[in-house]
Design a protein around this ligand. Structure first.
Ligand code: FMN
Length: 193
């Protein structure tokens, strides 16, 4: 089983990266193959609405020649994705939004054979980290984002909200590591002995 992490935070050693990587660690301990992608290492340009991915030429996909091409392949090969974003001004980061907009090509005719088959639905865990200590503060926005991914035919397994990051970084919260690892491990189907 392949699981990728997409860390849409500019801080490679920040809360979001730590949470996503700890979830991946839990999955890896159960035998999953994992890889993290950091938006800060990637050139991901905004969607240009050229509509090449929705045009008559059904095999073109997204034509923007940037690092998203490698990510499209990684997503296609993955069984699950962990997408993490810090909360900025009550919403996801700009980096996360640009990445998600580029999934527009995902629902292109190029991908539709996969798109319609239940069996190939990708599992998705959404991770949000925030400074505010109240995890319910942006609940409506998180629910809305979950719904949006369900419409994109992802099998949304969890929406993880890690709150209170203003004064205490995620890695200093003793309860978090086992809880995050458990989420990762639950994504990996049990091996039949
Ligand atoms: C530009 C900016 C905007 C932010 N807006 C919010 C916000 O609206 N609500 C909140 O609870 N935290 C907010 N925060 C705090 C971050 O969400 C929080 O520190 C997060 O864990 C940072 O993730 P990182 O360590 O991966 O960078 C903001 C931080 C920044 C830099």
């Amino acid at each position: 089983m392949k699981i990728i992490g997409m860390i849409a935070s500019p801080r490679k050693k920040g809360n979001t990266a730590w949470v996503v990587n700890t979830i991946l660690e839990g999955a890896k301990e159960q035998g999953a193959e994992t890889k993290s992608w950091y938006s800060s290492d990637l050139d991901i340009q905004p969607c240009r609405v050229c509509l090449c991915c929705h045009g008559d030429d059904q095999d073109r996909g997204c034509v923007i020649d940037d690092d998203m091409q490698e990510l499209y392949r990684a997503i296609e090969e993955a069984d699950a994705m962990i997408l993490g974003s810090p909360v900025y001004m009550g919403q996801m980061s700009g980096q996360a939004k640009i990445f998600i907009d580029r999934l527009f090509a995902w629902i292109s005719p190029r991908f539709s054979p996969h798109y319609q088959e239940q069996a190939t639905k990708k599992k998705l865990v959404l991770v949000f980290t925030q400074g505010n200590p109240d995890p319910a503060m942006f609940r409506e926005y998180f629910d809305y984002t979950k719904k949006m991914f369900q419409l994109l035919e992802f099998d949304v397994r969890d929406v993880v909200v890690v709150a209170g990051m203003r004064n205490e970084p995620a890695w200093e919260r003793a309860d978090l590591e086992p809880a995050m690892k458990e989420i990762g491990s639950s994504l990996v189907p049990e091996q039949i002995p």
